[in-house]
Design a binder for this molecule. Structure first.
Ligand code: TMP
Ligand code: ASP
Length: 273
């Protein structure tokens, strides 16, 4: 077996040198941390699920014109991605008050915000990812003004699109964190979406019950962590081992029984089992 060259190891992912220049292999681990590494654990199967969810969401975002680092899935835990120079910002978009926002401003968790709010945090474990004002980002040249404009408009488009996509499967997108990178090609440079989008870095609440379906179950010791990640994947139709098409609800299946072919009926029977 060829030895791979490790490039970087983060808390939930590892990067290896890719097979072609300008590519990296992004490996999703089951490791989970919270509160800047103070709490550590393992969420069994998380890497496999996050690999699938992130692939699915990045491909969907690409379909609406958001450039992303995703190239293709390599195996259950790994995907090939474009090499980027990471912009050292965690870009948080919030639709509903929760987490640190609720704590900082004394706003009740679950309070709807009047419009989506973007926060930039400096990516620095040492400093605890402090929030930074755009003025500081530009003053220290962590991003140029035009890059910050691109990041802001993409983040808002991503939020609109993902909010609708999750709503379609009965999930409310409360907030999420994304990261961007500079992709150099020839003598051009473009800001593209990098890292991952998964229940590790989103808050996802069941639309009907308000139940948490994300990493807050791990952060807050709520139990059923693996189940929540699996349920998000199942609703998106990407649960490993199941069909790639979203699972139909009972009412959708029963609506037009007359026009179902024999083959389709047997598929439905299998899914119901
Ligand atoms: P917060 O409310 O704790 O600031 O988190 C906001 C969002 O960002 C939430 O969806 C979780 C995500 N997040 C990360 O992905 N990584 C982090 O290190 C933190 C603190 C939050
Ligand atoms: N990723 C962060 C950490 O360990 C925390 C979090 O997601 O809450 O440190």
């Amino acid at each position: 077996m060829n030895r791979r060259i490790p490039i970087y190891e983060g808390k939930a992912k590892q990067l290896f040198e890719g097979p072609e220049p300008g590519t990296l292999i992004q490996h999703f681990k089951d490791d989970a941390t919270a509160f800047n590494n103070a709490k550590k654990g393992v969420i069994n199967g998380k890497g496999v699920i996050n690999n699938r969810i992130s692939e699915y969401l990045m491909l969907k975002l690409n379909e609406i014109g958001i450039p992303t680092h995703f190239i293709r899935t390599l195996n259950m835990r790994e995907q090939l991605v474009k090499t980027v120079e990471i912009v050292p910002l965690e870009v948080i978009v919030r639709n509903v008050a929760a987490g640190s926002f609720s704590t900082r401003f004394g706003v009740e968790e679950g309070a709807q915000l009047p419009y989506p709010i973007i926060e930039f945090c400096l990516k620095s474990d040492k400093l605890g990812d402090p929030i930074v004002a755009p003025e500081i980002v530009i003053a220290f040249q962590w991003a140029q003004p035009n890059e910050l404009e691109d990041i802001t408009s993409m983040a808002l488009r991503i939020n609109d699109f993902l909010s609708g996509l999750f709503l379609g499967v009965g999930i409310k997108l409360i907030d999420f964190k994304i990261e961007f990178g500079r992709h150099y090609e020839g003598n051009t440079v473009q800001i593209i979406l990098a890292d991952e989008i998964s229940p590790d870095c989103c808050r996802l609440w069941d639309l009907k019950t308000g139940e948490k379906m994300d990493k807050d179950r791990f952060r807050r010791d709520l139990g059923k962590v693996e189940e929540a990640y699996r349920e998000v994947a199942r609703r998106l139709g990407v649960l490993p081992g199941e069909s790639d098409t979203p699972v139909k609800t009972k009412s959708q299946i029963q609506k037009k029984p007359a026009i179902l072919s024999k083959a389709k009926k047997s598929v439905i029977k299998k899914k119901r089992k």
